[in-house]
Design a protein around this ligand. Sequence first.
Ligand code: 9Z3
Length: 355
Amino acid sequence: MSPEGEGSKFSAESYYTTQPPPLSLDHDVSLIREFVSRQEKEGRNVVLVTSGGTTVPLELNVVRFLDNFSAGTRGATSAEYFLQAGYAVIFMHRQFSLQPFSRHYSHSTNPFLDFLEIEASLNGTASPPDICVTHNKRRHLLDVLTAYKRVQAAGTLHTLTFVTVNDYLWLLRAVSHELSVLRRKSMYYLAAAVSDFFLPRQKMSEHKIQSGKGSLLIEMDQVPKILRSMVDEWTREGFVVSFKLETDGELIVPKARAALERYGHQVVIGNDLNHRKYEVVFVSRKVGSLSPRASSSEGGISHNNTDNSSFVESWLRINPPASSPVLGTDYVKEIEEDIVAELVGRHEQWISAGR
Ligand code: 9Z3
């Protein structure tokens, strides 16, 4: 989402020394610590999934803010597939964006009142009418509910919320520190759509910006590129996967390569805003081509590998559904199933390479 060019005024370090942490940070961190330590004892790999958009408030007493399109589908869907693959998941998402399991019944796609029925009470009995699930929706609901209950019983999902880009940046650093004790057994799956621009606390108007002056001019600062600190300082050999979103398809691969070059992490998944549900590209270093931290592994997707010196691209595609999916009838393929399967394989190789 970012334009290339001049460096940001804020380095990661100066950002954290000048912008205030969210009030709930310490509490959130203590819960994460407990979660990570339990998963470590139980021998699980843990993935941090970030999901949804971030807001940029324009006032301290916030009336207006800048936002973006992300609904959190990618993150919520991927979290389910990671859980299915045996991972423990820290699901760090934008408040009110989609969540694993409940996403199947969001108010816009499948409003839950539409698949519940009232069963009339039997003749002659005084009992109140009962509720049941519409017949052709039962199979799907049962599958979702079974997976949800299994995850609850195993205690493998921990959710955290953010709203502003500031909340996001503070949480990301703190969670990364906590997760770094797992070293190679940790994965970072950065699917949230993070604003590239923000208004530093020091430049914000305390009260609602008044409209009396006519037009409004606001100059925002660039959000610091925290991936470098994340790779070099916050995580210790964790497997880091970032996403690159573009609206011009031609830019995806060059931008993804540039990000790998700059930050030295393991994988960039490139996607186009309008095709993101059916097509993504994995960009990584070729085996033997060393990143600043270590060598990364090459994946096994078999679609058009295009070489450019030290990078390899692997396209992943699924067929768009012929029409809108109807809940409870046909199985609908989700690209996240294949994204996660591919990453789980690469992460296994990453873990083995460290032994
Ligand atoms: C993505 O590219 C995600 O795949 C989407 C998912 C946000 C497109 P939805 O939530 O959409 O399912 O509606 N996320 C990362 C986007 C981003 O901001 N990346 C930054 C960039 O491209 C770098 S980390 O510069």
